[in-house]
Design a protein around this ligand. Structure first.
Ligand code: UT7
Length: 322
């Protein structure tokens, strides 16, 4: 029995903001952003919400899988930017799509959130607790950006990606997994600002914006990701050259190039969406996977390596047979 992705979907907000648009409102340039990151534009929400985009991505994934909302028995959203503290984004999605038989909850593993959701779903499906899972990565990062901090706000975008995962007999599905976290280094990518004002204590009000030490996160990514991928590929009984595509979290094209170099793989095996999406944290991997799927790039029997990495610090990789 394997946990197999049988359908994908995604949803981006309507409004596109180019690097030139940003250069009109802050001290930056298309030249700086595109040469340092590969990002040319991103989608930002106006009316859209994390739950609304998630529900649309979920509907598209269910349609592509040929699965009805009633068949979903597990619904997990990886997000750090849900619309509310409670109810969870997953419970809101459940209500919006009518997944009445699902148990629904969010997980926060930052940019590795979708990958953590995949692994949690895999554990439930492998043990027979549930049969059909809907997993998402969804973010409205623009609401937790400091729009006065040009070193961070230009990197991120909004959107949602989804996959339907089902327990199936056969060779296709999740072959191996690796995941980890390092809380000691958590300060290099943080969004703080939950002050306390109970009757006993009043902590200073902090603004709740993302703060990132880009260079430290960069160093972490180019070391942890190749290591995790190698470990996972080996655990799947495969060699690096057996992998058809590396669908990685879309943070920076230079990170993807560095991982390709370390693994001695050509860059054409690393599809990208960051040029038109920017970094959408937990949503990056499922949106990329959906784009690849809809372009017909994924054929039965192909081996795909997935990897997410970011705040926590967290990282997770998987090798799947399509
Ligand atoms: O999803 C979570 C994972 N996140 C990541 O993986 C992010 C990893 N880190 C990175 O991708 C890169 O570190 C960044 C893209 C964030 C930054 O690139 P960098 O090459 O490390 O640039 P830097 O921070 O060293 O800044 C270089 C210069 C600085 O100016 P000075 O001090 O050299 O005069 C910055 O002030 O670039 C300046 N700068 C900018 N200039 C124009 C910073 N941001 C901007 C900007 N536009 N938006």
């Amino acid at each position: 029995m394997r946990a197999r992705i049988i359908g994908t979907g995604s949803c981006l907000p309507e409004t596109v903001v180019t690097n030139d648009d940003l250069a009109k409102i802050m001290d930056t340039s298309d030249e700086w952003i595109s040469s340092r990151t590969g990002i040319r534009e991103r989608h930002l929400v106006k009316e859209e919400t994390t739950a609304g985009m998630s529900a649309e991505a979920a509907r598209r994934a269910m349609e592509s899988a040929g699965v009805s909302a009633e068949e979903i028995d597990l619904l997990i959203v990886g997000t750090l930017s849900a619309d509310h503290v409670t109810p969870s984004c997953a419970c809101e999605v459940q209500a919006r799509i009518g997944a009445v038989n699902a148990v629904a909850f969010d997980i926060n593993a930052a940019c590795a959130g979708f990958m953590f959701a995949l692994n949690i779903a895999n554990a439930y499906l492998q043990t027979g607790v549930y049969r059909t899972a809907l997993i998402l990565g969804a973010e409205t990062l623009s609401k937790i950006m400091d729009w006065n901090d040009r070193s961070t706000c230009v990197l991120f975008g909004d959107g949602a990606g989804a996959a339907v995962v089902r327990a199936e007999e056969g060779t296709a599905g999740l072959l191996a997994f690796d995941q980890g976290s390092d809380g000691v280094k958590g300060g290099v990518l943080a969004c703080r600002g939950r002050s306390n004002n109970n009757p006993l204590v009043e902590t200073p009000k902090e603004l709740s914006y993302v703060h990132m030490d880009g260079q430290e996160v960069y160093k972490f990514a180019v070391t942890a990701v190749p290591h995790s991928l190698q470990k996972t590929i080996q655990a799947a009984g495969l060699a690096v050259e057996d992998i058809d595509y590396f669908a990685l979290h879309q943070a920076n094209i230079r990170i993807l190039q560095s991982v390709a170099k370390r693994l001695r793989v050509t860059e054409d095996k690393f599809p990208i969406s960051l040029d038109h999406c920017g970094n959408i944290s937990a949503a990056s991997v499922p949106i990329l996977l959906d784009e690849m799927n809809r372009k017909g790039m994924l054929k039965p029997g192909m081996k795909i390596a997935l990897s997410g990495f970011g705040g926590g610090l967290t990282w997770a990789s998987a090798v799947i047979e399509w």
